[in-house]
Design a protein around this ligand. Structure first.
Ligand code: NAI
Ligand code: MG
Length: 502
């Protein structure tokens, strides 16, 4: 099974920037430290990229795009992606340990959910490389019309810290399959696995400059990438607030943008649901990855007739979660990613109390011993007596805190479920088939789960309605983000156009 973390046992490591196939220090010479959120101790030092480094990386990506990468066949692009998937798979245990050390997620999640998803995402898009096709479109007259689906060019990709390596895969895999080159900026909280991936990209044999990875802060490196005039497309996952900044920055150059932003998903338990299943679904909805999930089921609507029974079981299950050292295989919840996030969550619990919510269970940091005392841990938390208009029901908390809202009838429920600025995902628990599909149609969200929660797969599109963003990642829809369509006309007649003749 799982070994005792040999990958992270060694001393503080260092990573430089990965630009044009080589490892380089930041132009400024600056570095920053990423801590292990379980203890607050430094895990790695990282070169701190900023505008000058982003500029260098964009130039390298442009050169590769117009040069060697444009001559690589679709088949070879697919083979490179497939090779990369294999290399990741071979190192899955080590990468999972590093992910857990940098992010805090339990090893059972990084090893058996994140890493397999990363591998499958690269494999899935490897298959697409040879299947990106245009159309032949019939038109009247002696004309041949067809379309070409071409890459967009240089892609700037900015990702968050909640699924560091998986978000890297979601961004790089479709972009590379379609023939683009990339400059990726990992989150400052969790840069380690992206830098490890850079080494594997090199080993797989991608030409220099096809993938450049430049860690750094959002306001400097991130902003430089979003506003760079030679970037053709920007893809962002993160907060709605920063998503708006990115869209504004990109507007000056009319850079194409896709955004995957926050959520405040309704997870709905009807009276006819299998209650045990629904309780497990509620757990998965809010405690998976310490609740740091954009599609977290953070508004738990529970039908009045089963509310008490449901809450009794849910509460008992939440209390039984094993919170602790995420590198231990039995741990079910690790620390939040940072001090900042922990404080934000505590702040929301205070706000909830002030708004009149009750803390049914949790609400504070657990008492842990040894080095974990300094970790950023928080207890699984259930808030009851919540109304949908309260801030704790409207704002993304991004932690293991769920807001329970009772409901009586379906029409009012749907109105409330949709009463949010977000629209990323939604869940429903019921045995009534018609109700389930009625709900799937009525809810304003990019993903709907029926009697399940937090399922993703590289073949299924993912993205938001409303202020949860625009564009769909994964599946064939991801190729729309990373290709552009050219329409070609050929006059097949043997006479010239003749419009101006005589
Ligand atoms: P953030 O949106 O600031 O960070 C995400 C990424 O954007 C990071 O790589 C960051 O360096 C970069 N960034 C930040 N400011 C930027 C700018 N001005 N220009 C370009 N790039 C920039 O998220 P943060 O501050 O880490 O977390 C705050 C809240 O955002 C969380 O509590 C959560 O509610 C939400 N969030 C949502 C995520 C999602 O998957 N939907 C992921 C991370 C955070
Ligand atoms: Mg931020």
């Amino acid at each position: 099974m799982i070994s005792v973390a040999p990958a992270v046992a060694s001393a503080v490591r260092h990573y430089d920037l990965f630009i044009d196939g080589t490892w380089v220090a930041a132009r400024s010479g600056r570095t920053f430290t990423t801590p292990n959120p379980s203890t607050g101790a430094p895990l790695a030092t990282i070169a701190e990229g900023d505008r000058a480094d982003i500029d260098r990386a964009v130039q390298a990506a442009r050169k590769a795009y117009e040069g060697p990468w444009s001559r690589v066949s679709a088949r070879d692009r697919g083979r490179l992606l497939y090779k990369l998937a294999q290399l990741i798979d071979q190192q899955a245990q080590r990468l999972a340990e590093l992910e857990t050390a940098d992010n805090g997620k339990p090893i059972r999640e990084s090893r058996y959910i994140d890493l397999p998803q990363v591998v499958e995402t690269f494999e899935y898009f490897a298959g697409w490389a040879t299947k990106i096709e245009g159309d032949t479109i019939p038109l009247p007259g002696p004309l041949l019309n067809y379309t070409l689906r071409e890459p967009v060019g240089v892609c700037g990709q900015i990702i968050p810290w909640n699924f560091p390596l998986l978000m890297t895969a979601w961004k790089l895999a479709p972009a590379l399959a379609a023939g683009n080159t990339c400059v990726l900026k990992p989150a400052e909280q969790t840069p380690v696995t992206a830098m490890e991936l850079a080494a594997l990209i090199q080993e797989a044999g991608f030409p220099d400059g096809v993938v450049n990875i430049v860690p750094g802060y959002g306001e400097t490196a991130g902003a430089a990438l979003a506003s760079h005039p030679d970037v053709d497309k920007v893809a962002f996952t993160g907060s709605t607030e920063v998503g708006k900044l990115i869209a504004r920055a990109a507007a000056d150059n009319l850079t194409k943008v896709s955004l995957e932003l926050g959520g405040k998903a309704p997870n709905i338990v009807f009276a006819d649901a299998d209650l045990d299943q629904a309780v497990e679904g509620a757990m998965m909805g809010i405690f998976f990855n310490q609740g740091q999930v954009c599609c977290a089921g953070s508004r738990l609507f529970v039908a009045e007739p089963v509310r008490e029974r449901f809450l009794e079981r849910f509460q008992a299950r939440a209390r039984s979660l094993r919170v602790g050292d995420p590198l231990k295989p039995e741990t079910q919840m690790g620390p939040q990613v940072s001090d900042e996030q922990l404080n934000r969550i505590k702040g929301y619990v205070t706000i909830g109390r002030r708004e009149g919510a009750t803390v049914l269970t949790g609400g504070e940091s657990p008492r842990l011993s040894g080095p974990l005392k300094r970790g950023y841990f928080f207890q699984p938390t259930i808030l009851t007596n919540v109304r949908n208009r309260m801030r704790v029901a409207q704002e993304e908390i991004f932690g293991p805190v769920t807001a329970v809202i009772p409901f009586k009838e379906e029409e009012e429920l749907i109105r409330q479920a949709n009463d949010t600025m977000y629209g990323l995902s939604a869940g429903i628990w019921t045995r009534d088939l018609s109700r389930a599909h009625r709900f799937a149609k009525a809810i304003q969200a990019g993903t709907v789960w029926i009697n399940t929660y937090n399922m993703i797969h590289p073949a299924m599109p993912f993205g938001g309605y409303k202020q949860s963003g625009y564009g769909r990642e994964l599946g064939r829809h991801a190729l729309d983000l990373y290709t552009q369509v050219k329409s070609v006309w050929v006059d097949l007649s043997d006479k010239p156009i003749g419009w101006y003749a005589a």
